[in-house]
Design a protein around this ligand. Structure first.
Ligand SMILES: Cc1ncc(COP(=O)(O)O)c(C=O)c1O
Length: 396
């Protein structure tokens, strides 16, 4: 008989992981040749920048086949430091950079070195689907705090959620699924709470390069926050490099030293050719994020306008990122559907559009769907026409 798994393994499943089921079904249907528009994942359809591909291929051809420094090569750490310093409007040194396998791995690794079993970590709801497992794998306990109207963060709610066990605050800004980018006042208020209660701040900034209007703002730029903030990011979204797993944690040096030791035990460094590609992406493809941002802004407008034209649907205009949230609760009520999950299932089965159920991101987005902007404008238009016809079939 197989011995029991660690209790912690049970925290890895749950609604966050189950959310991907509909995406898997959408992908399988598409692989069978069915005409399915997959809007259930945030993976840009564009190829990665040629400069990154060339550098990685050249590195492989030149024999870059061996272990690389666990914390990352000097050139890459330097390029990341410059990028994140610009994005966060705060000085970053190469010694404050740990190269990791994507934002996800950076969040996971950071949780391992920052939190002890039983520690509470406040999470601004709605939150990315992996956060519960990311914290749960460290034994930490996520404490969701509901947002205000428009999915804005609620610093007063965060303050009320602090207990003797609270050790950290985790949020994504710009966020997934909502595309809300926290403003300077919101970040300052959250920063004040972190300082007052001596909390770590785990800031997921994977969408920093995709802010549609104005500049990205980081909590790292709030006075007093540099010493207690870990910024996680990657090239996945800004450079269409999801498959490279090239990301980072920018953190105070003692955290980077702990991450370096964890990296030794966990990953043993990102492959050298991936690091070469990532360095070239940051150094030579700086125009790519701007083009991506403009493209996603245009698609955001397209979808928001289309949602506005469908009676019974509502949305909150995203300020950043690659998703639009659609409120289907009133259609569900009118059509007698029990949940947004049922709506999403029907949308896939009847008209071949796969989206994620908002409930997977937290109770505040129950009744909503998350639709990705990662297909071209024509396919998005077609998807919205199918949504329109599905809604029509439910309520006519
Ligand atoms: C908010 C958020 N954090 C992290 C990730 C993971 O990104 P990466 O590919 O950099 O690991 C994603 C991917 O969709 C995301 O939306």
């Amino acid at each position: 008989m197989t011995p029991p798994l660690a209790e912690r393994a049970a925290t890895l499943g749950g609604p966050g992981a189950a959310a991907w089921d509909i995406h898997r079904r959408g992908m399988e249907a598409r692989a069978r040749g069915e005409d399915v528009i997959v809007l259930s994942v945030g993976d840009p359809e564009e190829d990665s920048p040629a400069a990154a591909v060339d550098a990685a291929v050249r590195a492989l051809l030149d024999g870059d086949h061996h272990y690389a420094p666990v914390a990352g090569r000097r050139a890459l750490r330097g390029a990341i430091a410059e990028t994140v310093a610009r994005q966060t409007e705060s000085p970053v040194t190469a010694a404050q950079v740990m190269v990791l396998a994507g934002t996800q791995n950076a969040l996971f690794a950071s949780a391992q070195v920052l939190f002890d079993p039983g520690d509470e970590v406040i999470v601004c709801d709605p939150a990315y689907v992996t956060y519960a497992a990311t914290l749960g794998a460290a034994g930490a306990v996520p404490v969701p705090v509901a947002p205000l109207d428009g999915f804005r963060p609620d610093p007063e709610g965060v303050e009320r959620a602090v207990t003797d066990r609270t050790r950290g605050l985790l949020f994504a800004s710009p966020g997934n699924p909502t595309g809300v980018a926290f403003d300077a006042d919101e970040l300052a208020a959250l920063g004040k709470i972190a300082i007052a209660h001596d909390l770590w701040v785990l800031a997921d900034e994977v969408y920093a390069g995709l802010v549609f209007d104005g500049a990205h703002r980081s909590i790292r730029s709030v006075p007093g926050l540099v010493d207690r903030t870990v910024v996680a990011g990657s090239l996945s979204k800004s450079h269409a490099m999801t498959g490279w797993r090239a990301g980072w944690a920018v953190a105070p040096e003692p955290v980077v030293e702990a991450l370096d030791l964890l990296g030794l035990a966990m990953l043993y460094g990102l492959p050298g050719f991936v690091q070469e590609g990532a360095t070239s992406a940051l150094r030579l493809a700086s125009d790519v994020p701007t083009a991506m941002r403009d493209r996603y802004r245009r698609r955001r407008d397209l979808v928001v306008d289309a949602v506005g034209a469908i009676d019974g649907l509502a949305t909150v205009r995203p300020e950043a990122g690659m998703f639009v949230m659609i409120d289907v609760s009133s259609i569900c009520a009118r059509a007698g559907l029990g949940s947004s999950a049922e709506f999403a299932d029907g949308l896939l089965e009847s008209v071949g559009v796969s989206v994620l159920d908002g409930a997977a991101f937290g109770s505040s987005t129950d009744g909503w769907l998350r639709l990705s902007l990662c297909v071209d404008d024509d396919r998005l238009r077609e998807a919205m026409a199918r949504v329109d016809s599905y809604v029509g079939s439910l309520v006519d």
